[in-house]
Design a protein around this ligand. Structure first.
Ligand code: SF4
Length: 347
């Protein structure tokens, strides 16, 4: 059964995309060496998401930092002995790092980097929605504010959402799921659980279209299609593998195909190509009218994590993530619940 509420957020086309920085190898080496020194001085480490630019991912890698999905980022930051975490990603990732490591200073290159799902699930409306459905267990995706997590019983990431909902369904629970309607529908299809879905979505994954993906598949009949579950169900229906960013990278290494059509944010190619250097990666198209369009498959908020902004935050200590301690304490409950469940699955 699925009940839907009105859509609260539409496309954020107006978000500016900063131009990528073009550096010579020498200039890049000089930037990296300088930032490496500054990281040491500040006892800091960079934690970057797969969707940040290849330059930021390369910097994280070159300076002993980490690249991963949102949960891996928070977990890695917690176990590292650095006292300052520079989180290159979007705001909810910085908040999750702070919730898990309240004793550490968490800085971000910019606090403007947001997420359409998070914006589309404001706490006031979400509170009222939960109040209207007290019979349901509240499960929220990682892409939510600390305040929304604090209202939840469970948190999930895309890599563990299906087994957690299966578990709750097995206990006879009815679910209220937020904020991604596509991920919610995907989980519902896999588990058959009774889920009431909030209606937010990702502007990047919303851009993939089944028609143009079908055209591209016809051009590359031997290619396997990798799709993130934040995409529309018509796009997911064409996938050979559906999964989180980490799971898609793994699928690329494990499937026997030599070509892959990839339906997620294009900066994942940086790590995917490292993991599978001999395989050909093809970006899934976004535009109905032109199957070769690459313009829309880019998160404008992730792109705000520039080298200059990262260095500025490190040098000035600006853009520190603050989470109200009471909210953090409450948000830690669904987060810890998920992590304990992950341990039982060896995830
Ligand atoms: S890619 Fe989509 S889900 Fe990820 S941060 Fe950007 S808008 Fe949010």
């Amino acid at each position: 059964m699925s009940n839907l509420i009105p859509m609260l957020f539409t496309q954020a086309d107006a978000v500016a995309k900063p131009a990528p920085m073009i550096l010579s190898e020498q200039e890049k080496a000089s930037w990296f060496a300088r930032i490496q020194d500054e990281l040491v001085q500040h006892h800091a480490i960079i934690i970057a998401h797969y969707y940040t630019s290849p330059l930021i991912q390369e910097l994280a890698q070159a300076t002993g930092g980490f690249i991963g999905d949102s949960l891996e980022m928070a977990r890695w930051g917690k176990q590292h002995d650095a006292t300052t975490l520079i989180v290159a990603g979007v705001r909810f990732m910085g908040e999750s790092a702070k919730i898990l490591s309240p004793e550490k200073r968490v800085l971000m290159p910019t606090l403007e980097a947001n997420c359409s799902m998070d914006i589309g699930c404001p706490i006031e409306e979400f509170d009222a929605f939960c109040d209207a459905h007290p019979d349901r267990v509240v499960v929220v995706y990682a892409n939510t504010s600390a305040a929304v997590k604090a209202r939840a019983d469970w948190m999930v990431t895309s890599s563990i959402a299906v087994p957690i909902i299966e578990h709750l369904d097995g206990l006879g629970k009815k679910i209220l799921f937020a904020p991604d309607r596509h991920l919610g529908r995907y989980i519902q299809g896999k588990t058959g659980a009774d889920m009431l879905l909030w209606q937010s979505s990702c502007i990047v994954h919303d851009a993939f279209k089944a028609n143009t993906l079908r055209q591209l598949k016809a051009q590359y009949p031997d290619a396997a299609v990798l799709v993130h579950p934040e995409a529309h169900h018509d796009v997911i229906a064409l996938a050979d593998s559906v999964g989180s960013t980490t799971q898609l990278i793994k699928a690329c290494t494990q499937l026997p195909n030599q070509q892959f059509i990839v339906a997620t944010e294009r900066n994942i190619f940086y790590k995917m190509q490292q993991a599978a250097p001999n395989k050909q990666l093809i970006q899934a198209p976004a535009d109905e009218a032109n199957a070769t369009c690459r313009s829309c498959i880019h998160c404008p908020w992730m792109a705000m994590n520039s080298l200059e902004a990262l260095e500025r935050a490190l040098l000035t200590g600006s853009n520190e993530i603050q989470v109200d301690p009471q909210i953090a304490k409450r948000a830690l409950i669904p987060l810890n619940r998920m992590m304990e469940f992950a341990k039982t699955l060896n995830l």
